[in-house]
Design a protein around this ligand. Structure first.
Ligand code: 5RP
Length: 225
């Protein structure tokens, strides 16, 4: 068994939570691709469901399965399932390795219930080793990177051609392990030109993490909306 099997196991467990839900947020990444395959395999169950995708990739895959997608609706999303790059014991996350962090954060923030699925390599005691993906505007991007560099070593991820679905760039801020993710979040978010920061605080309601010992399901009651 490898991490791909574990991602798939987490996706299989998560799909049950979507049954009967009217509006469902769908994250981005390889773990979420397994989830969309699970939904697509049972698509009769999702005829009345509207999906809110967090990226063009996820949207395309949902549409290929004949599922309904929307970018506009009133109220809250019933449930969102997404992956992560790191998750700590409080359910705090680093996200954005796939460049979709701004839409992912918007969708999570507008959801009643956020479920994170991952293989066990994503589970960490302290966030930060992955680096923090940060979506920045192309306008004055060199200055934005220089300002971020005053705090932590920062580089553009994937070069200038690698634009997000919003037409922006993604910088990776090398914070190393963080003692206070909230403080780091505020520091980065305060720099003009930063659109969104891939540190997700107080947004996870539960996680399904699968590894060699099976899947562990954890709730984070303090994060209830
Ligand atoms: C995309 C993300 C993904 O959820 C994260 O990068 C994990 O991806 P994968 O499931 O491929 O490991 O935040 O912006």
């Amino acid at each position: 068994m490898n991490s791909e099997n574990f991602k798939k196991m987490a996706a299989q467990k998560a799909v049950e939570k979507l049954h009967g839900k009217k509006i469902v947020g769908i994250g981005t990444g390889s773990t979420v691709k397994y989830l969309i395959d699970e939904i697509g395999a049972d698509k009769k169950l999702f005829q009345d469901t509207l999906f809110v995708p967090t990226s063009n990739d996820s949207e395309k895959k949902l549409i290929q399965y004949g599922l309904k997608v929307t970018h506009e609706f009133a109220g809250l999303i019933d449930i969102t399932v997404d992956g992560c790059d790191e998750i700590d014991p409080e359910g705090r996350l680093i996200k954005g390795g796939g460049g979709a962090l701004t839409r992912e954060k918007m969708v999570a923030y507008n959801s009643r219930n956020v479920v994170i699925i991952a293989d066990s390599t994503k589970s960490v005691n302290k966030l930060g080793n992955f680096g923090v993906p940060v979506e920045i505007l192309p306008f004055l991007w060199k200055n934005t990177v220089e300002r971020l560099n005053e705090f932590y070593r920062t580089e553009i991820n994937g070069g200038l051609e690698a634009k997000t679905d919003n037409g922006n760039l993604v910088a990776i801020v090398r914070t190393g392990d963080m003692d206070d993710p909230e403080k780091v979040f505020n520091l980065i978010k305060n720099v003009p030109g930063v659109v969104e920061v891939g540190i997700f605080l107080n947004l996870t309601n539960s996680s399904i993490i699968c590894g060699m010992d099976g899947c562990s399901v954890k709730d984070y009651p303090l994060n209830k909306r």
